[in-house]
Design a protein around this ligand. Structure first.
Ligand SMILES: Cc1cc2nc3c(=O)[nH]c(=O)nc-3n(C[C@H](O)[C@H](O)[C@H](O)COP(=O)(O)OP(=O)(O)OC[C@H]3O[C@@H](n4cnc5c(N)ncnc54)[C@H](O)[C@@H]3O)c2cc1C
Length: 295
């Protein structure tokens, strides 16, 4: 499936879920259940992350294979993080995906893999996602996409330049953009407006990250630069301390509210960062369906 066809043909927003490969047998067993629960929601597609430097190369391939060949009926978008990989590695990973029947790839640069100490980037590796996109679009028929950052990429010193680099990713072959999550929709709406103003016209999918735990929220926001708003901090402070259920419920209510506003604003879809968990996403999607906001 070329993912952009969905947005060309579908009037309702699409629903999609991001997954990552399990790290061990225990998480693999849990992921199996999560996939079944998410599959029951009949998403338009699921996506699979890729560890920069090839750190999850095998696991990502196996998960994509499983989703396509075992879990029939799921459309898969494979991510590719090219950090540190030379042209031959890129071709070998992408040939593998192509041969599995993958038609859509999200190309990101990735970051230096923390765990792989001593990892040496290939001398012929590409410095930015736009270079990888050019290399891939010259050689493959994939429907390619790129990552966007409503609050700016964490390394970017200049918002306008960051957006120009996003435009370069589109020029280099990205036909759609999946946005990093934010906890205040105004960042996303403003980002889309700024993109349109400089001529980026491809579909831009907002990312939804339900709050699963305070520790995870702080850790991920620190890594990607998402603002934890004063509203969130104020509401979290009202919850009984250490009450996981209350926190999960708050996360569901908050993300549902965000999704309602996004859908009403006419976004092409809702892309959920599931963190390989299903409960919050299932609840949010069911609520939106019960309200008739999504199909
Ligand atoms: C939807 C989504 C999915 C993701 N999936 C993965 C994944 O599967 N695996 C993974 O490891 N990571 C993933 N990431 C994280 C991503 O790899 C990091 O955010 C990474 O730091 C940047 O990737 P990029 O593709 O945006 O890089 P780039 O577009 O290359 O940008 C990186 C930085 O360089 C700057 N820049 C870009 N082009 C140029 C240029 N030509 N000259 C100078 N500076 C430039 C940008 O402003 C930015 O600050 C994902 C992120 C998102 C939003």
């Amino acid at each position: 499936m070329q993912v952009t066809n969905l947005w060309n043909n579908k009037r309702e927003p699409t629903i999609s879920f991001e997954l990552f490969p399990a790290r061990n047998d225990k998480t693999a067993e849990k992921l199996e259940k999560v996939i079944e629960e998410l599959k029951n929601l009949k998403p338009d597609f699921v996506s699979v992350t890729f560890g920069a430097g090839g750190s999850t190369r095998e696991g990502s391939y196996q998960l994509v294979d499983k989703l396509i060949n075992e879990k029939k009926g799921l459309e898969v978008v494979a991510y590719f993080a090219g950090y540190g990989l030379g042209p031959d590695d890129i071709v070998s990973v992408l040939n593998g995906y192509r041969d599995l029947g993958v038609e859509t790839i999200l190309v990101v640069r990735g970051d230096a893999p923390g765990e792989a100490e001593g990892f040496k980037p290939h001398p012929g590796s590409f410095p930015n996602a736009s270079d990888m996109l050019s290399f891939i679009s010259d050689r493959y028929e994939f429907c390619l996409g790129a990552a966007g950052y409503p609050e700016g990429h964490i390394e970017a010193k200049d918002d306008a330049k960051d957006l120009e680099y996003l435009k370069l990713k589109v020029k280099s072959g990205a036909l759609y953009i999946i946005a990093n999550y934010c906890y205040d929709n105004h960042y996303f709406f403003d980002f889309v407006k700024r993109c349109r103003k400089i001529g980026i016209s491809v579909p831009i999918l907002p990312g939804i990250m339900p709050i699963y735990s305070i520790k995870m929220m702080e850790m991920l926001a620190g890594l990607c630069g998402a603002t934890i708003t004063t509203e969130i901090r104020r509401e979290l402070a009202k919850l009984p301390p250490d009450d996981k259920q209350a926190l999960e419920n708050f996360g569901i209510d908050f993300a549902t509210k965000q999704c309602r506003e996004l859908v009403k604003a006419g976004v092409p879809g809702l892309h959920f960062y599931t963190m390989n968990r299903s409960k919050s996403t299932v609840e949010i999607v069911n609520r939106l369906r019960n309200e008739g906001l999504i199909e």
